[in-house]
Design a protein around this ligand. Structure first.
Ligand code: SAM
Length: 284
């Protein structure tokens, strides 16, 4: 890519396939071929993808362990007018992958950062989950230890939006058990497995169903997974019950405290309970 002297290079954030190597855009191939350098999570793995598309651009490693040092080096090269493409092993860089530091630093130093969009496991899974897609929350990877994991799950327990999690094969069952403990075994969920790969599968059911299904065959517990949980149904507690709980609490407590307790009792966000409490108070 020819540059005027003194002009800074462009950082391209390029999505690559999450399994099926055909899932790369024509623009991604063009950008990967045209840039001066590719920063890749695992250069050996990415060379396979590059080879398939005839991309011969030099590669340097960029991952969680060298991110701090490498970001500064790469931004210096952008400053010297070199164009760089950032890729990860699969999908969109920065989405549960390294890159945030580089993008931020490049922008702070006045370099242009351009997206070359494509696959992302979270969005691919959501689009075939059969769960509501109008509002969703990406929670990425949960903590590795169960107490912390349950605490994190507790923070989204009453969220009405579809919840999306990444999970490693080693923790899948333990995580699903924690999800049952926090959300209840009847909550609807989806396990999306090996998307775009040979053993691709999407299974929807209650959390209890999914645990039982995965326990039935070790083969099902291999590969890469996205777990999605249906958001808390706001209609789960009838409005009349919420109002009754709020009225009782408001007799003894201030609005804020009543709303917080009513939210916990009825499975609503504190804000939603506050708004209802406010309405009740003005009606009195
Ligand atoms: N940057 C990637 C993206 O855009 O989706 C995510 C990288 S993250 C390190 C890897 C996790 O993504 C896996 O543990 C799994 O939860 C999910 N994942 C990636 N590829 C997948 C696939 N083909 N099927 C299901 N989940 C996948």
């Amino acid at each position: 890519m020819g540059k005027q002297p003194g002009k800074k290079g462009i950082l391209y954030v390029v999505a690559t396939p999450i399994g099926n190597l055909d899932d790369i855009t024509a623009r991604a191939v063009r950008v990967l071929s045209d840039v001066n350098l590719i920063a890749a999570e695992d250069t050996r793995l990415s060379r396979r993808l590059a080879g398939r598309y005839g991309v011969r651009t030099p590669m340097v490693p960029y991952h969680d362990h060298n991110e701090r040092r490498q970001a500064a080096t790469l931004v210096a090269r952008l400053g010297a007018g070199k164009d760089i493409a950032l890729i990860c092993d699969a999908g969109t860089p920065l989405i549960s992958d390294a890159g945030y530091r580089l993008v931020r630093l490049a922008q702070d130093r006045g370099c242009e950062v351009v997206s070359v969009p494509g696959p992302c496991a979270a969005v691919a899974a959501l689009s075939v989950s059969g769960l509501p897609t109008d509002r969703f929350v990406f929670e990425g990877f949960l903590p590795a230890k169960s107490p912390q994991r349950r605490r994190r799950l507790g923070t989204v327990q009453n969220d009405p939006r579809t919840l999306i999690f990444y999970e490693s094969v080693h923790r899948l069952m333990a995580t699903l058990r924690d999800m049952v403990a926090v959300f209840g075994g009847d909550r609807e969920a989806v396990v999306a497995r090996e998307i775009t790969k040979q053993f691709e599968g999407v299974r929807r059911g209650t959390l209890n169903d999914l645990l039982e299904w995965l326990a039935s065959d070790p083969g099902l517990r291999r590969g890469e997974f996205v777990v999605l949980i249906r958001g808390r149904d706001a209609a789960a507690t009838p409005a009349a019950d919420v109002e009754r709980v709020l009225s009782i609490l408001l007799e003894q407590l201030p609005l804020k405290q009543s709303a917080s307790l009513a939210g916990k009792i009825c499975g609503l966000s504190a804000n939603a309970a506050y708004q209802r409490g406010l309405k009740l108070k003005t009606q009195r």
